[in-house]
Design a protein around this ligand. Structure first.
Ligand SMILES: Cc1ncc(COP(=O)(O)O)c(C=O)c1O
Length: 379
């Protein structure tokens, strides 16, 4: 086989020199503080049984997708899942994509147009940035969760914009914090902007039945589009864009990450429908997760752990500056039996490297106290 081109090998070497070389890790039987399986649904037998039932009921074998949704891949399980998702989220329509990455790339590369302006939180997910890069709109970032800075930016750009879009996350993936969504809705209404919210880390967790933060706050009507993903608290895979029927029709026609890819296989769609059907039954798991979030915060405070980012979500972070330092602390915790990941720059800004604790319904108080006391001893 041919060797990697020299300039690419050099880039890898630079990554290594910066202590930021990425590896695909082996799965180890450690106590889980790293996965996004917040409610433990991915291993829930009820989910797999419910999915199997849906497949059988539809006389569908767990075969392949057979083609793009626009050619042969749009089998009836798509309609069933999208109807259930739209109803659950109190949205006019839902359009399933193969992943949250695909949904964001598809949406942001085709919805904002040449004369539109997109204002996005500086910590927005990479998939949104990639979508914006592929599109023709001009995009400006604003300071993280700083609505004053956002309003200034709106005032600066609104006259030039055919449409002004504001993009943020309801729970930030690398910080766990949230913008003031009610205030954001007020600002958008004042200036006639359209809001797009990525709810990847809120769905399944917040709201009476896990509908997300937007529904918990009754803000559905204030939002132009929501992106919900299924690979996290929903315990399966895929994503959907929620919005009006016209938006769905537009995406079916212009979102290239939907058009030019093979659809999801039937078993993936049956699992999505099954996960939604099980959401109302997850009240106990959600309560266990809230209790764990509370225990984690109280114990971190009691131990006086510095660098904790203020968050009420399942994602709790402790900033430990420097790639080498944070990797070393994570390695020590891993040796003690905990699955915990260091988040390095450039994923987060230099100097803001961190340990990211993902909390779950199935973590025990003993595990939470254990990892925090080990961390305290290391620091
Ligand atoms: C905020 C956010 N949006 C989108 C995605 C992408 O979702 P998926 O993993 O389904 O591709 C992620 C996951 O990493 C995320 O954290």
């Amino acid at each position: 086989m041919k060797a990697l081109p020299t300039h690419l090998a050099k880039k890898l070497q630079t990554r290594a020199d910066e202590g930021a070389l990425r590896h695909l890790p082996n799965a180890l039987p450690l106590t889980d503080f790293a996965s996004n399986d917040y409610l433990g649904l991915s291993n829930n037998i009820a989910l797999h049984k419910a999915a199997q039932y849906i497949l059988t009921r539809n006389q569908n074998t767990a075969g392949g997708a057979t083609g793009s949704r626009l050619i042969t891949g749009n089998h009836n399980l798509y309609t069933e899942a999208e109807t259930a998702i739209a109803t659950f989220h109190n949205a006019e329509s839902a359009l399933i994509f193969n992943s949250g990455y695909d949904a964001n790339v598809g949406f942001f590369s085709c919805v904002p147009q040449k004369n539109d302006i997109v204002l996005y939180d500086e910590f927005i997910h990479a998939s949104i940035r990639d979508g914006l890069k592929l599109g023709n709109a001009t995009a400006y970032k604003f300071k993280h969760n700083n609505l004053g800075a956002l309003e200034k930016s709106i005032l600066q750009h609104r006259e030039k914009a055919q449409e002004l879009y504001i993009v943020t996350e309801s729970v930030f993936s690398m910080d766990g914090d949230s913008p003031n969504l009610k205030e954001l809705a007020g600002i958008a209404a004042k200036y006639g902007c359209r809001i797009i919210i990525d709810e990847a880390h809120a769905v399944g967790i917040f709201g009476t039945n896990g509908e997300g933060l937007i529904q918990q706050l009754n803000l559905e009507d204030a939002i132009f589009a929501r992106i919900v993903t299924f690979g996290k608290a929903m315990g399966c895979h895929g994503a959907a864009v929620l919005g009006v029927t016209g938006l769905k029709q537009y995406l079916v026609n212009f979102a290239r990450s939907l058009i030019y890819t093979t659809g999801l296989p039937p078993h993936a769609l049956a699992t999505i429908s099954a996960a939604y059907s099980l959401m109302p039954q997850q009240a106990k798991a959600r309560q266990a997760l809230y209790n764990n979030i509370n225990s984690f915060k109280l114990e971190a405070q009691r131990l006086n752990i510095n660098g904790l980012i203020d968050s009420n979500s399942a994602i709790q972070c402790v900033v430990i500056p420097g790639n080498d330092k944070v990797k070393q602390v994570a390695a020590q915790l891993q040796q003690q039996g905990y699955s915990i990941k260091p988040i390095l720059s450039p994923t987060v800004p230099q100097g803001h490297e961190r340990l990211r604790f993902c909390l779950h319904s199935y973590n025990t108080t003993h595990e939470i106290w254990g990892i925090l006391s080990c961390l305290k001893a290391i620091l």
